[in-house]
Design a protein around this ligand. Structure first.
Ligand code: FAD
Ligand code: SF4
Length: 477
């Protein structure tokens, strides 16, 4: 038996940087996916590494036996966005794979993608049976990103009436406004969002809670509320010159381009930051016409977010293939400009200092200033949840962490009974699969809450704990 990983091929970097939607990774063929799934030893050690505890060996065995429907069902027990995660999940389970140190971890993400690409009609394949729990309470969900939509799915298949309020004009949240098309095709997101919403949840677009509808009105009208608003408030650096024309925050920059607006980026773009948003901003800049893109990050390459992991290695490899340049260990001092338009960045070089408190800290060496000429600056320096729509008297009863994330219990209920929250606004990992895992816990929490308050007669028998499987009884016909 050959234990080496079946290589994952990339489309030619020269051609893919000329288009916003040419995908980066070439899908496996049937022969390749069967060979790769056959490498799985079935030990299950990777399951703990997955925030949603997906039965990874289970779906690989199904794929190797040619049973894609079974592979889809196994994924759906914990994840309604199989195709999305098959493209962009930071594959934590992969880092746990026993074959990691040998000839490469099993390419679970790529196998997952194969399943979703090759099952046309999820609904008839899954045969989900909608439960009747003896009552039809109503839930309002704020936010149509992966966490809001996953909660809508798990609740509607349990017969709960769900209304989703989304401030933009389409479903998907950061899956469509943040992540570029060349990493996650819009058709994959649309197919999976349409499926999730096909069990009866209603979504209202262009409805921003706090602007178009009062939060307190939702509390009156619904029996529970799930807050899944993500992190949409940009954190800026306050570097002098940040108000010059040509300086953007990554959310605005990516959001505009992902929504079809052209930005004249000029020849040289500097990205400030080192996480996956910085990498996406860099790669989308190339596709917007930049000849040179430099990622400037204050820490060392080995101290960047997510390192060490397969995901961090992959994103660096893909960016380097496209000739993105990197300046590690630098601190921007000032964005300078001419006639109100940015022209360059002054910066210090840093040294990395071990403070004995975990990650090494960057300390600028201030003896000498450097500069680089640029036409556009994109600050990929983080974002936060915007809870300003919650009135003060209610907010007083919702506890937050020091960094402003909403605190929830093991069923994702906030400190205000009946108000649940999940996704980026609560969890520290801030990735799609963790937001979906929150939805699983919150869906169970909401059903237990309804049972306790007499809104439903029973909870599904299988709804015992998060580890145990489907969030609904009779999940499949
Ligand atoms: C550039 C970028 C790249 C990323 N790459 C990856 C990746 O490769 N892999 C990965 O797993 N994760 C990635 N992430 C993170 C991932 O996108 C998020 O973790 C995930 O989308 C969070 O899901 P969510 O449902 O909590 O929030 P979101 O996806 O942010 O969705 C929140 C939704 O709530 C809506 N909303 C907000 N406020 C209101 C309001 N007041 N009223 C009504 N609607 C409101 C928003 O419009 C949005 O649709 C990336 C993020 C960014 C920004
Ligand atoms: S750890 Fe690797 S070999 Fe073991 S079940 Fe998971 S994917 Fe398969």
């Amino acid at each position: 038996m050959n234990y080496s990983r079946v290589p994952i091929k990339h489309y030619e970097p020269e051609s893919r940087v000329r288009s916003l939607d040419i995908q980066t990774l070439v899908p496996y063929t049937l022969e390749e996916v069967t060979a790769e799934a056959s490498r799985c030893l079935g030990c299950g050690l990777c399951i703990e590494g997955c925030p949603a505890r997906i039965d990874v060996p289970g779906f690989q065995i199904a794929v190797r036996n040619g049973n894609l429907a079974e592979g889809l069902k196994i994924n759906f027990e914990k994840l309604p966005f199989v195709g999305v995660c098959g493209n962009v999940c930071p594959p934590r389970s992969l880092d746990e794979c026993v074959l990691d140190d040998n000839k490469g971890p099993v390419a679970t993400r790529h196998i997952k993608r194969f399943i979703s690409d090759n099952v046309e009609d999820y609904r008839s394949t899954l045969g989900v049976v909608v439960n009747d729990l003896g009552g039809h309470p109503r839930v309002a969900i704020i936010g149509g990103g992966p966490s809001g939509l996953s909660t809508a799915f798990y609740l509607s298949i349990n017969g709960i009436q769900v209304d989703v309020y989304e401030q933009t004009d389409r479903p998907g949240g950061m899956m469509v406004h943040g992540i570029p098309d060349f990493r996650l095709s819009r058709s994959t997101v649309q197919k999976e969002a349409d499926h999730v919403l096909s069990y009866g949840a209603h979504i209202y677009y262009n409805k921003k809670i706090g602007r178009d509808i009062k939060f307190e009105d939702l509390l009156q009208k619904y029996d529970a509320v799930y807050i899944a608003i993500g992190n949409w408030r940009p954190s800026r650096t306050r570097t002098p010159g940040a108000d010059l024309k040509g300086v953007y925050h990554a959310l605005d920059f990516l959001g505009q381009i992902n929504n079809g607006h052209k930005i004249d980026v000029g020849d040289t773009v500097a990205i400030i930051g080192g996480g996956f948003t910085a990498f996406d901003a860099a790669r989308i800049s190339l596709r917007s016409g930049a000849k040179k893109v430099i990622v400037m990050y204050r820490r060392a390459v080995t101290d960047r977010p997510g390192y060490p992991s397969s995901n961090a290695e992959e994103e660096l490899e893909e960016a380097e293939e496209e000739k993105v340049e990197f300046m590690w260990e630098v601190t921007p001092i000032q964005y300078y400009g001419v006639d109100g338009k940015v022209k360059g960045i002054k910066y210090w070089k840093n040294q990395m200092v071990d403070t004995g408190k975990g990650r090494r800290e960057p300390v600028p060496i201030k003896d000498k200033e450097y500069s680089v000429e640029v036409d556009t600056v994109v600050e990929a320096t983080g974002q936060k949840g915007d809870l300003s729509f919650i009135p003060e008297e209610i907010m007083k009863r919702i506890s937050l962490t020091p960094s402003g994330d909403v605190i929830v219990n093991q069923y994702n209920m906030t400190t205000y009974p009946g108000i649940f929250a999940g996704g980026d606004v609560t969890n520290a990992r801030k990735d799609i699969i963790s937001g979906v895992a929150d939805s699983g816990r919150a869906s169970m929490g909401i059903l237990f809450y309804f049972k306790e308050t007499g809104k439903i007669e029973k909870v599904p028998a299988k709804l015992v704990n998060f580890e145990s499987g489907p969030y609904a009884e009779n999940f499949y016909a």
